[in-house]
Design a protein around this ligand. Structure first.
Ligand code: GLC
Length: 551
């Protein structure tokens, strides 16, 4: 494979959906953003691993599905200790995914198809193979290069205890001891994730400069925005104080921690926002920020900071009408003061797929998806959820690659089950994922869930998503906004809300969701059926079913 040391030049900014007057469109306020996990989307060269040419060839599928943007999980040069979230070179593509020319071609094709492209940036930590970390190790204690990471002497008489009591999200201590260049035991370094992912020290100006430059590199390549990995982790409390307890950390907790969600992160995002705003076409920043509350998340979305953040509080809510109503209200209420759109997400590469997680099979998953897509703001769809894929729960241990599996069951333990390559065809090697095998084995039942099998079948989940996205684009009451009006005359267990048409046409929208296990009589017929997540004959609302109405 040819290697290229610099990015191919781009001559034009993306020319999609900017309005003729040059006024901002706020495209991201209502965008449906599709997450591509490059390892598992499409394999262009038949080596069993997804790649950029594979993704590029499948872009028409995404345009046809009706999404607005694609977010690509990391494809950078990486030893893959954490599936690419351990970056060794932020300006290079890992050869297993292709090269910079493939990235350039992918971005151009996407733009031609009217799709925006968001890439992951991983600023909390690098790979331990990153040149900076390697040099810091080589130069030994006292070197200014060590200040770009968190190196510390150990506690205890001989420095044999870690510098503090922080735990890694993947399990075990968040510190690993180094060897000095002469082979004697040396300082420790901090890694909130795997030992192969040393945390950067964001108090160091070189780190700040480097990431501003990395952002510009990709903006010059034409990307429309960044998903910021562990956006809440960059700044650590001064002095790295003990957290005072030892327990396995969850990303979504409600406790304040000395290494997450520190106020100092905001100044970093203000400087990033200034860079994004220098570029035409509304380039955006999306925070992966696991904070204790939606109010804390909103701080990342003040007008001079980022554009969106994932709504993990929504993802974390079970299939329960009252709880859903509460988290929807809380999400909308907390974003209103900062003027940012609320986002909604049910699945991603770190959590159990919602078909399995919500515990009600495909019917419930479909109902949950139609609820999500009816809410005001932006929605994130994880590859394969539009096919109704379940979590793969029986992967043999020997094929697993998730580092959290190997380290004390940290994070949620098993993340490979949502990363299995998706089926495109009903037959053939790896069900059309590629011409060879697949890096994680696919269940045989997935033949029936393939894109090929579902295309054109009006009862399929794929066609339901396609219809939902089409209605969402066309309907004047859907998309951006910050209000839902709850309809209270519906029975317990039914979520029902109205959204008002934004264009004065009077074409209001009503969404009814039966979260219970039995059919429920509706007190009134809300209007004309636009779409239903299950079979609906116009009478009682079936169990685990969402119906969209024009009212
Ligand atoms: C984020 C990513 C996850 C990764 C971790 C460390 O949570 O989504 O996949 O393991 O950060 O980079």
């Amino acid at each position: 494979m040819t290697q290229h040391s610099s990015a191919p030049a781009t001559d034009t900014a993306p020319a999609i959906r900017t309005d003729a007057t040059g006024e901002p469109t706020g495209w991201w306020r209502e965008a449906v953003i599709y997450q591509v996990y490059p390892r598992s989307f499409a394999d262009g060269n038949g080596d069993g691993m997804g790649d950029l040419p594979g993704i590029r060839a499948r872009l028409p599928y995404l345009a046809d599905l009706g999404v607005d943007a694609v977010w690509l999980s990391p494809f950078y040069a990486s030893p893959q200790a954490d599936a690419g979230y351990d970056v060794a070179d932020y300006r290079a593509i890992d050869p297993m995914f292709g090269d910079l020319h493939d990235a350039d071609a992918l971005i151009r094709d996407a733009h031609e198809l009217g799709l925006r492209v968001i890439v992951d940036v991983v600023p909390n930590h690098s790979s331990d193979r990153h040149e900076w970390f390697q040099r810091a190790l080589r130069e030994g204690p006292g070197s200014p290069l060590r200040d770009r990471y968190h190196f510390r002497p150990g506690r205890g008489r001989n420095g044999e205890e870690p510098p503090n009591d922080w735990e890694s999200i993947f399990g075990g201590p968040a510190w690993t001891r180094t060897k000095n260049p002469d082979g004697t035991p040396g300082e420790w370094y901090l890694h909130l994730f795997a030992p192969e992912q040393p945390d950067f020290n964001w108090e160091n100006e070189a780190v700040r400069d480097e990431f501003r430059s990395v952002l510009r590199f990709w903006l010059d390549m034409g990307v429309d925005g960044f998903r910021i990995d562990v956006a809440h982790g960059l700044v650590k409390a001064p002095g790295l104080p003990d957290m005072g307890r030892t327990e396995q950390l969850k990303l979504l907790g409600n406790q304040a921690l000395p290494f997450f969600d520190q106020d100092g992160v905001h100044e970093i995002y203000r400087s990033w926002r200034r860079i994004l705003d220098e570029y035409p076409g509304e380039r955006i920043g999306v925070a992966e920020a696991w904070t204790p509350s939606p109010e804390r998340t909103a701080l990342y979305l003040r007008p001079d900071e980022l554009h969106q953040a994932f709504n993990f509080h929504y993802l974390d809510t079970g299939w329960n009408a009252e709880a859903l109503r509460a988290v929807i209200d809380e999400s909308l209420d907390s974003m209103r003061p900062v003027g940012a759109p609320t986002t909604w997400v049910l699945s991603n590469h770190d959590v159990v797929r919602h078909r399995t997680r919500l515990g009600g099979g495909l019917g419930r998953a479909r109902a949950a998806s139609l609820l999500m897509l009816a809410l005001p703001g932006s929605a994130y769809v994880y590859q394969g959820e539009e096919l109704g894929l379940p979590e793969v729960t029986d992967l043999p241990d020997e094929v697993r690659q998730d580092p959290s599996f190997f380290r004390d069951n940290g994070q949620d333990g098993l993340r490979d089950g949502c990363r299995v390559p998706i089926p495109w065809t009903s037959t053939g090697p790896s069900y059309g994922f590629g011409s060879g095998g697949s890096w994680l084995p696919q269940p045989e039942e997935w033949a029936k869930l393939s894109v090929e099998e579902q295309t054109g079948d009006p009862t399929s989940t794929l066609e339901m998503y396609r219809s939902a996205l089409a209605v969402r684009r066309e309907h004047p009451a859907l998309g951006a906004g910050d209000a839902v009006e709850w309809l209270d005359d519906f029975p317990a267990g039914v979520l029902a809300f109205r959204r008002r048409a934004a264009d004065g046409s009077g074409r209001d929208f009503v969404c009814t969701v039966n979260t219970t296990g039995t059919p429920v009589e509706l007190p009134t017929v809300p209007g004309r059926v636009l779409l239903a997540s299950g079979e609906y004959d116009g009478g009682a609302l079936p169990a685990d079913t969402t119906v969209w109405w024009e009212a």
